[in-house]
Design a protein around this ligand. Structure first.
Ligand code: GDP
Ligand code: MN
Length: 379
């Protein structure tokens, strides 16, 4: 789960990381009032859950109150990479000497957190990693002891070339790491971390992604969620008790159990196809839930065939079949549907589906092959 810059800055400020004075605003009037409070000049920044706002025209400096009104008016309602701007952050304008990058991620290969820092700040770090990976300094962190002072100072010294700045940098890095751990983040980033003309460091931008699997430990994080930025179908699925993740392929998948769903996607790729989604209908799959699942999958226009792969344990195959029949009555299923239903009440299910448009399959491989073929064949 991603949160906005202004929300992330609250965590930074509370941890003692230096941030600019700033106020969030939803209207041009509010932005003007915020600027009057902060003092000119200010920077007006779009609050959207994507990077590269600066390049898209979502970050504007304003020297006068009229400029603030104009900038806020222009940025509010703006579309940035498909997301509508509903709020702006009015921020004290920093007098920048140079821009740096500082972030923490969980490195799955190394199975530990890694600190990344770079003198190539202000640009997207993914781009730096691609074009000039040698410009990124890294420190691996032993999660048992945390980020040690010397590690942070070494990186700071290599990046800033000055002992006083390196100590300041290390202080910020250790505070940022504490937020990263305490708030169960999968990513935390300051880009740019700036050196001001007066020689102090300041977190000018902030990015936090929370680890979804740890959200249950932070009840208040849910209040920070921006529904308008979530994939609509994923929200609807969540409300219906389905785990749905939209992907880029054309074979829609309805599967029970996360493990079988993963195996199904693997097999689709094995036979040269591309899954359009991950969907786990869960253990108890009522016909109603199946109908919702079909509707959600069909809301993705890339879907050219649907594969239903059910291993019936607690889930009863006849429930699934009833659900498919209900769905075909109430939802317009315009694409071919292949079903492999095996386990509890499989015979009942097969009888129910006889004479319908559903293509039956006896095994998982057969079902996958058929679905890939019906979706338009191998890549
Ligand atoms: P992003 O493009 O979405 O990453 O937005 P940022 O908040 O990182 O801003 C992009 C760029 O705008 C920064 O890298 C700075 O160069 C510039 N910028 C942002 N705030 C200020 C500021 O207060 N003063 C100055 N001089 N430049 C700023
Ligand atoms: Mn940035």
């Amino acid at each position: 789960m991603k949160i906005h810059e202004y929300q992330a800055k609250h965590f930074f400020g509370a941890a003692g990381i230096p941030v600019p004075r700033e106020v969030v605003a939803s209207t041009a009037d509010e932005a003007v009032a915020a600027a009057a409070e902060i003092g000119l000049p200010v920077v007006v920044k779009a609050q959207v859950l994507v990077g590269g706002r600066g390049k898209a025209g979502g970050v504007k400096k304003a020297d006068s109150i009229e400029d603030v009104r104009k900038a806020a008016g222009r940025i509010l309602g703006m579309d940035i990479k498909g997301l509508k701007v509903r709020k702006v952050l009015v921020s004290e304008c920093a007098d920048i000497d140079s821009e740096f990058y500082l972030g923490f991620i969980v490195d799955r290969t190394r199975r530990r957190p890694v600190m990344m820092a770079s003198a190539a700040g202000g640009v997207e770090i993914e781009q730096v990693a691609k074009d000039s990976p040698e410009k990124i300094l890294k420190a691996e962190i032993d999660p048992g002891v945390g980020l040690l002072g010397f590690q942070a100072r070494n990186v700071g010294m290599a990046m800033l070339g000055d002992a006083r700045l390196a100590r300041q940098f290390a202080g910020i890095a250790q505070k940022l790491y504490r937020v990263f751990v305490e708030q169960d983040c999968s990513l935390i980033e300051i880009n740019p971390l700036v050196k001001l003309a007066d020689g102090s460091l300041l977190a000018l931008d902030a990015k936090i992604n929370f680890d979804d699997n740890a959200l249950y430990r932070h009840k208040t994080h849910e209040d920070l969620r921006d529904m308008s930025a979530e994939v609509e179908a994923e929200v609807e699925a969540k409300e219906a008790g389905l785990s749905y993740i939209k992907l880029e392929g054309n074979v829609g998948c309805v599967v029970n159990g996360a493990g079988l769903a993963m195996a199904t996607m693997d097999l689709i790729k094995r036979y040269g196809g591309e899954p359009a989604n991950f969907l786990d209908v869960g253990g108890s799959s009522s016909p109603e839930k199946m109908k919702t699942a079909m509707r959600i999958i069909l809301s993705d226009e890339n879907v050219k065939a649907i594969l239903v792969n059910i291993f019936g344990g607690i889930t009863r195959c006849d429930d699934i079949a009833h659900g498919l029949l209900l769905a075909s009555k109430e939802v317009d299923i315009k694409v071919p549907l292949v079903a492999r239903l095996t386990g509890t009440n499989q015979d009942k299910a097969r009888k129910l589906l006889q004479g319908t448009d559903v293509t039956p399959a006896a095994t998982m491989s057969e079902a996958v092959k058929k679905a890939v073929e019906l979706a338009g064949g191998v890549r």
